[in-house]
Design a protein. Structure first.
Length: 224
């Protein structure tokens, strides 16, 4: 092979090598850029999920606090009934507490968006995805079921009872007649309401702990 041809061959080889290296670098940079975008998207979702869970924790605690007041008032009604206290001891809040329960509504917008958009795959932690699915598809549904039992009792029994049977005083903060409160049906309704709310209190406290554990998982995934 002549010297000229050897030089030409080497030049072609170098050109080819440069092209190959350029393409490889381009693919590497593209992959790196794609990975960065995926990582940023995952971080944004994890931050948003944490914000949702923090709001859920706050709502759980607020409902627990307000329910403690309701339980106190309903408990006093039973105390007055069984100790045969005069009708004057009853206040409006003793009666209205029987239908003022509040209920939990999850902040699930981020999770719904993850599922509906197919972006759930950007979360690369399998255990985290399993925990999220369990929270939103199992545990929160159980909470909703418990809330619905209480809501049905309030809407279909307690509220109609108060409207139809209780005469509120027009001249003072109280009621005119406590006889309706001493009926077996009333005692059973209020007792069921009290017991259901007490059970829900424990369930809500457990959900706060669950949210805390999930927030820890989110933070670990962000750091990995």
């Amino acid at each position: 092979m002549s010297t000229k041809k050897k030089v030409e061959w080497r030049l072609h080889f170098i050109e080819l090598l440069v092209v190959i290296i350029g393409i490889s670098i381009a693919f590497t940079l593209e992959g790196w850029s794609s990975d960065r975008k995926q990582q940023k998207l995952q971080t944004n979702y994890l931050n948003s999920l944490r914000a949702d869970l923090e709001k859920d924790k706050e709502d759980f605690q607020n409902i627990i606090d307000s329910t403690n007041v309701i339980l106190k008032n309903v408990g006093e009604v039973f105390q007055y009934i069984y100790t045969k206290r005069p009708v004057e001891v009853y206040r409006r809040h003793h009666i209205t507490s029987g239908y003022l329960a509040t209920y939990f509504y999850p902040h699930n917008g981020t999770y719904v968006s993850l599922i509906n958009s197919g972006d759930i795959n950007v979360v690369d932690n399998f255990e985290l995805k399993a925990s999220l699915s369990d929270l939103y598809n199992v545990q929160y549904r159980e909470i909703d079921r418990l809330d619905n039992v209480i809501r049905n009792l309030v809407d279909n029994m307690l509220q109609p009872f108060v409207i139809n049977e209780i005469e509120f005083s027009m001249t003072r903060d109280g009621i005119e007649d406590d006889a309706p409160l001493k009926k077996n049906k009333t005692v059973n309704m209020l007792g069921s309401f009290f017991n259901l709310l007490s059970s829900r209190q424990e369930a809500y406290k457990g959900m706060i702990e669950t949210c805390d554990a999930l927030i820890s998982q989110l933070e670990e995934s962000k750091g990995s």
